[in-house]
Design a protein around this ligand. Structure first.
Ligand code: ASP
Length: 417
């Protein structure tokens, strides 16, 4: 049949019409990605295929649209979009049928023209990766790029990021940067080719926060499965809690700072927050990447902890059970770590609630072995805080002091019910 992968085609069979993009097929069936985002497989026997638009023509018109300059509007604030990749910056790869990160920050503006009513944007693609490929030195480069944009006069920053590890990157930037302007992370759970895509609404809400007076690192994503509002989560209290729902991001052990009403664009806040220009810009970008987050499971060997000590890790976060426990036979390894000046923080697999190692025997022994109670910190945040603290401070006792203190609202003094 006379079409290629990537062409927009219409397939007619037994009186039913399917329209979409021709995808690779290994079965001999015609596979098309329909507007719904779902793929249809059609037996070519008795089917007629017409090409609606050739792949090359579609690419040319997308390119031409991409070249149209967006005129800056007088009086609007300046926002920089730094794109790192992820679903929010992705499109379909016709070779594999997979979603891959290929869009630049400018493409985001072309795709969501409503953004240009909120601010004058400039865009830079820092990376074009899925966020599972992020690492500590990328966080550092990203933090430097953000600081550069603020120095160059940006009134707010949007970081377009994959959702899988967004909370790590957001927490890392939160520790690394004292910011006088909002730094907003945004992503999307469903790619732009699906009608249920959350990318436009999330990006528009993120832009509203980027021009607001919330001068903190935040994550702005759908609050509910409906399109009513987005939550403004504090970077050190947020977690991806669902693989596919649009409202996957939740504040844990905290309320969100506030919400953006999608229809009015209004922001309401419930928590106190750092306001615009309250802080002077500064960057503390050093990180110690050799830190580990270790999950304790019943019956697991204490050799696991021993491995990290012997492999030269500089800090260890344990995700313990309940109030912050590991089995008795892990405790000598904790003691070995702390006696070698490797700080150990204990957090909880429960995520919700606070560590209290003063209740049960094992907890008391963990404290005697020198472990630090992670209070109500999320395990991932404790890991990032460990990397940042050990990047800043060499002395063990000073580092332990910092690890126990609240630096970026990662520890609440009192817990919510
Ligand atoms: N795996 C993707 C990522 O985190 C998923 C997403 O973008 O939401 O980059």
């Amino acid at each position: 049949m006379d079409f290629e992968e990537g062409d927009r085609v219409k397939v007619e069979k037994a009186g039913v019409e399917y329209e979409g993009i021709a995808m690779p097929s290994t079965t001999g069936h015609i596979i098309i990605k329909m507007v719904s985002g779902y793929n249809a497989g059609i037996d070519p026997e008795g089917a007629t295929v017409t090409v609606v638009q050739k792949k090359q023509d579609m690419e040319a018109s997308t390119k031409a649209a991409g070249k149209a300059e967006v005129e800056p509007k007088k009086g609007l604030p300046k926002v920089s979009i730094l794109s790192t990749g992820g679903t929010i910056a992705s499109k379909i790869d016709y070779r594999t049928g997979a979603v891959t990160s290929q869009f630049s920050a400018d493409d985001i503006l072309q795709a969501i023209p409503e953004l240009t009513e909120i601010a004058n944007f400039s865009g830079k693609a820092i990376y074009n990766i899925l966020s599972e490929n992020m690492k500590a030195d990328y966080w550092q480069e990203l933090a430097k790029a953000v600081v550069e944009e603020i120095k160059n006069g940006a009134d707010g920053i949007i970081v377009a990021h994959g959702t899988d590890t967004m909370m790590y990157s957001a927490a890392a930037l939160s520790f690394m940067i004292d910011t006088p302007v909002p730094i907003v992370f945004v992503g999307s759970q469903r790619s732009a080719d699906r009608p249920s895509s959350d990318n436009a609404m999330n990006a528009i809400c993120a832009a509203k926060v980027a021009v607001s007076d919330i001068a903190e690192v935040t994550v702005v994503m759908h609050s509910e499965s409906s399109d009513d509002k987005c939550s403004i989560h504090r970077a050190t209290k947020v977690r991806k809690m669902h693989t596919s729902r649009r409202d996957a991001f939740r504040s844990i052990n905290s309320e969100p700072i506030g919400y953006v009403d999608y229809s009015t664009g209004e922001i309401s806040t419930g928590l106190s927050y750092t306001k615009r220009n309250e802080k002077e810009l500064s960057l503390m970008a050093s990180l110690e990447p050799k830190c580990a987050l270790v999950k304790f499971t019943p019956g697991s060997s204490s050799d696991i902890l021993g491995y990290f000590i012997d492999a030269g890790y500089k800090g260890i976060v344990i995700e313990g059970t309940g109030l912050g426990h590991v089995s008795t036979d892990w405790i000598p390894q904790i003691e070995r770590a702390t006696s070698q000046k490797i700080p150990v923080i204990v957090t909880s697999q429960c995520l919700n609630g606070r560590i209290c190692d003063r209740v049960y025997d094992t907890g008391r022994d963990i404290l005697k072995a020198g472990a630090i109670e992670g209070e109500d910190m999320l395990p991932e945040v404790a890991l990032v805080k460990m990397m940042w603290t050990l990047g800043q401070i060499q002395d063990y006792d000073d580092a332990v002091d910092i690890l126990k203190q609240d630096i970026r609202c990662e520890i609440n003094e009192r817990s919510l019910e």
